[in-house]
Design a protein around this ligand. Structure first.
Ligand code: G3P
Ligand code: MG
Length: 253
């Protein structure tokens, strides 16, 4: 593995990455979650980003609003002015009542000011895969212009990474994999990905060696179990995304 490591792009990201801001301790994908994660010592974060109907990038995991806000229906059908009115905290607990959906710009302001790293998962509304990749990458390139550590753009959808590459080729990209579908390796390479991020159970020594052999990094999601984290760290994994921000110490490993 040593020779392969020498050919890989330098990796500026912390090994431990807090999922959706602060895992499950705060409402996912809100600024409150980032503040809480940061207060526990986390220095790298993952979040899900999609577009409003008027193409404002904002944080939300689902395509629909019901699970994590007091709104209803497809989020991508609504303009940002309306999305900004919703309560994205009460579903979690009363102490977060009134917490708004954040724009990507608001999250950028927080993480950049604090020197934190960000993994932006491009999570398109169905049928808007390529456009979402393009617009999110354009905004990210502008928001992080001149920074030493750019955001890592990832997606399960190759079309979104294609859009991101076209709009901002210099921003690093990663292919997310929930299965090892036929052609994933060639796709990651043809998209110029610097990393693949797999569901943790898929990752083993052979897969990590294949990824490293191509000069890419290997990361995993979502690792919440200590023994599974130990297994992956022993392999030499490059990054772990976790909800368990109060169980793992981001300063270790
Ligand atoms: O980016 C890694 C992970 O967040 C992918 O799954 O569904 O939690 O966005 P999901
Ligand atoms: Mg995600």
């Amino acid at each position: 593995m040593g020779a392969d490591m020498d050919t890989m792009t330098p990796w500026p990201y912390p090994r431990w990455i807090a999922h959706r801001g602060a895992g499950k301790l705060a409402p996912e994908n809100t600024l409150a979650a980032f503040r809480l994660g940061a207060s526990l010592g986390w220095r790298a974060f993952e979040c899900d980003v999609k577009l409003s109907a008027d193409e404002v990038p904002f944080l939300l995991h689902d395509s629909t609003l019901e699970r994590t806000t007091d709104g209803q229906g497809s989020a991508g059908d609504l303009p940002w002015g309306q999305l900004a009115q919703y309560d994205a905290g009460s579903w979690h607990s009363r102490s977060f009542a009134g917490e708004p959906l954040p724009t990507l710009a608001a999250i950028a302001a927080f993480v950049r000011r604090n020197g934190h790293a960000l993994n932006i998962e491009i999570k398109p509304t169905p049928e808007l895969e390529e456009t979402t990749g393009q617009v999110v990458a354009e905004h990210a390139a502008r928001l992080w212009a001149g920074d030493r550590v750019p955001p890592l753009l990832s997606s399960f959808r190759p079309e979104s990474l294609l859009g991101a590459r076209d709009a901002a080729p210099a921003l690093p990209r990663a292919l997310l994999l929930d299965t090892l579908w036929t052609g994933w390796f060639e796709m990651a390479r043809s998209l110029g990905c610097v990393a693949v991020v797999t569901k943790h159970v898929l990752m083993d020594a052979a897969l990590l060696a294949q990824v490293h052999g191509a000069g890419m990094r290997g990361l995993v999601y979502t690792v919440n179990d200590t023994s599974e984290a130990d297994r992956l760290l022993a392999l030499g994994i490059d990054g772990l995304i976790t909800d368990a921000v109060d169980r793992f110490s981001p300063a270790v490993g």
